[in-house]
Design a binder for this molecule. Structure first.
Ligand code: SF4
Length: 324
């Protein structure tokens, strides 16, 4: 499908792609690659070429609206459903000074609107207003520690972490839509219990509808970047879970995560891609499916799931993909 392109010939819209968080999501690339306020070590778009913090117009909001309209019409012709219009560019979407206006222009289309932001500009009133127009907003909270923040997110030198954290709390207290947070864990930077505990305490105050614990699963900007092992990610999950009611993994299994098939093997893979499963829950599922424990043993032997002990309990977790 041909879609209008920006100056770098990158399509302004793409998809719809399956998203575990948003169903079928039509992506909106409202920022050219790669303008961002951060240069994260794990960025899958590569190192940031233009590190900026002053929002400006990259594309006229009407140009974006027309691109979205054309894409929706094409998707309708091929019978592709769209659950969300999602601003998820190759950079930071709130650098777009026209974001609020664009959301207003898209609103009459009657499709829910999502923005996936790194939260770095949420201390600005105009950015909070723009994000507040979306139905679903995801904000990045990898760390609440200044040193780790510089290490992992490579922020623009004029940004202040305390301003950002305050802005997140302020936004959370007023946002009418759904707020999610995303915490990307990187081995030996922010995966320690102390770092995750501090993040969890902050998230406990923010009270997101859902907190996602993510790991890098695609080739990162900084090649030395590593995902933590399963035990470490599981510990992080449990720590965040002690402060936030809904916590989920985001570990690169977008495709089949909704699939509850009645096939117990597939169900175990789908569920463990989202949550660690306590041994008791695995037993209950096997019983319901009238299946034997050998199904689990086989998945462990194949390296698809892993047994992890935590706080005197046994859990089963999905083995995580690693960036190649
Ligand atoms: S905030 Fe997002 S786009 Fe920007 S560098 Fe980090 S991962 Fe890449």
């Amino acid at each position: 499908m041909t879609t209008p392109t920006n100056a770098d010939d990158t399509p302004i819209t793409f998809g719809p792609v399956p998203s575990r968080r948003l169903g079928r999501s039509l992506g909106i690339n409202n920022i050219p690659p790669k303008y961002c306020s951060y240069s994260c070590v794990y960025c899958q778009v590569g190192p940031t070429e233009h590190r900026e913090i002053e929002p400006r117009i990259f594309y006229d909001p009407e140009t974006i609206r027309r691109a979205v309209m054309r894409h929706i019409e094409a998707a309708q012709r091929t019978g592709e459903p769209i659950n969300y219009l999602t601003f998820v560019p190759d950079g930071e979407p709130t650098l777009d000074a026209g974001l609020a206006e664009t959301i207003d222009l898209l609103r009459p289309l009657g499709i829910k609107i999502a923005v996936i932001s790194n939260a770095s500009l949420v201390w600005r009133d105009d950015v909070r207003v723009a994000l507040g127009k979306a139905d679903w907003v995801s904000l990045k909270v990898d760390t609440v520690d200044e040193h780790r923040w510089r290490q992992i997110n490579g922020p623009h030198p004029d940004l202040r972490l305390n301003d950002i954290l305050r802005g997140i709390e302020q936004f959370a207290s007023l946002h009418q839509g759904e707020l999610a947070t995303e915490t990307m864990l990187v081995a030996n930077i922010n995966d320690g219990a102390d770092s995750v505990t501090a993040v969890a305490e902050f998230l406990g105050r923010v009270k997101p509808a859902r907190a996602y614990v993510a790991i890098p699963t695609r080739p990162p900007a900084e090649p030395a970047t590593r995902a933590p092992d399963e035990e470490t990610v599981h510990r992080a999950y449990q720590i965040v879970k002690s402060k936030v009611e809904n916590v989920e993994y985001l570990i690169g299994y977008e495709g089949d995560a909704f699939a509850f098939t009645g096939d117990v093997r597939q169900d175990l893979l789908s569920i463990t891609a989202v949550h660690p499963m306590p041994e008791q829950a695995v037993s209950a599922l096997l019983q319901k499916a009238q299946a034997e424990w050998s199904v689990v043993n086989r998945l462990v032997a194949e390296g698809k799931i892993k047994q992890v002990d935590f706080a005197s309990k046994r859990f089963y977790v999905r083995r995580f993909p690693r960036p190649s």
